[in-house]
Write a protein that binds this ligand. Structure first.
Ligand code: SAM
Length: 338
């Protein structure tokens, strides 16, 4: 994986020019490997996204799934794309600090770095800042003047919340946070009740499509949810708790590495954004995984943005396919594995 420019900028805080910034015993929230980190003697990473968590471990670093009560003199934080996730992350970093510890964070300018630096300064007072690589890194040392009330507000943003008018909960930073995705809704509205047997939900998010399958399709025996974001998967467990009599599997998993085979049906709204850049390759890789996971005669039900060229990929993979519905933004593709 190429190094994230925000991480490059963050690392400048620890360069020899910025003397005095200590780097011992560090918690890295949103951990991603960087060559310079291999010189750090004591660093532990938390990363909810499976492909990045795998990259972190492959690079030889220690990873934790739960933050617990451990405290650190240094917390570095690479936020994702959501506002609430970023503000909640500041509070989580704060909670992990020993008195007098330091938070260092960095964001791309296009993700509102200047705005978030101002928010951070509201809570911490004095902030030091570096701008490079079209990103901004900023940091502050804990002291009595930190605004704990503001951190309390931000901490609450990480608590899963119900979507208005629905039984579903989502949490900060996950796909389709606080709403049902309109593409997924279109697919849910057209899923046939005849789906049966073993079903895989690839990129299952917080469980919306799986819930629909379980409600609509009485002959489904089992649903396996494969999802890269551990936070979304935790929401899915809670969102599917209403189906105690059904056989469910929750897998924190990178779908591009394949899934076990033998499924009768696959449902999915494949991702096509990895980070900020459009990545049709990720969607293609999901289709290849679906093809390998289905038994002969198995059925694939997917929704995609209109412009994505998935039909040709499905033909290459040996599917017979049709588009039963669509609108200005989305198309449904139903396919049978020959
Ligand atoms: C377009 S969303 C659909 C989510 C959910 N199925 C729905 O309909 O609301 C795609 C999902 O794929 C997940 N994802 C992205 N890359 C992944 C990967 N490599 N392996 C597994 N899941 C991935 C994202 O976290 C996201 O939840």
């Amino acid at each position: 994986m190429p190094v994230n420019p925000a991480l490059e900028t963050l690392m400048l805080v620890f360069s020899p020019d910025e003397d005095g910034v200590p780097r011992d015993r560090c918690l890295f929230l949103g951990a991603e490997p960087h060559p310079a980190l291999s010189e750090w003697s004591d660093i532990v990473g938390w990363q909810p996204l499976k492909p990045k968590a795998d990259a972190w471990e492959r690079a030889g670093f220690e990873r934790i799934d739960h933050l617990g009560d451990r405290k650190f003199p240094l917390a570095i934080f690479l936020p994702g794309k959501s506002r609430d996730e970023t503000l909640a992350g500041f509070a989580i970093a704060r909670d992990a600090l020993v008195p007098g510890g330091r938070i260092v964070t960095a964001l791309p300018n296009t993700s509102g770095a200047a705005r978030f630096e101002k928010e951070f300064a509201k809570a911490t007072g004095e902030v030091e800042s570096i701008q490079k690589h079209k990103c901004r890194a900023f940091h502050a040392v804990h002291g009595d003047s930190w605004n704990e009330t503001l951190f309390d507000e931000w901490r609450a943003l990480a608590i899963p919340r119900a979507i208005d008018g629905s039984p579903f909960v989502t949490t900060a930073g996950v796909f389709s946070e606080g709403r049902i995705d309109p593409g997924s809704k279109l697919l849910a509205d057209h899923l046939p009740a005849s789906i049966r047997g073993k079903v895989a939900d690839l990129g299952a998010g917080w469980g919306y499509l799986s819930d629909c399958v379980l409600r609509r399709c009485p002959d489904v025996e089992r649903v396996d949810l494969f999802e890269a974001d551990a936070r979304a998967l935790a929401c899915a467990r809670s969102n599917l708790a209403d189906h105690p009599s059904r056989d469910l599997g929750f897998h924190w998993h990178d779908v591009t590495t394949g899934v076990p085979g033998g499924f009768d049906a696959v449902v999915m709204n494949p991702p096509f954004h990895s980070g900020q850049a459009e990545d049709v390759g990720l969607g293609r890789s999901f289709l290849a995984t679906a093809a390998a996971a289905l038994r002969r005669g198995g059925r694939l039900f997917l929704v995609a943005n209109r412009q994505l060229p998935y039909e040709s990929v499905l033909t290459e993979l040996g599917f017979a396919h049709r588009s039963p519905a669509g609108n200005e933004t989305y198309k449904l593709i139903f396919a049978d594995k020959r």
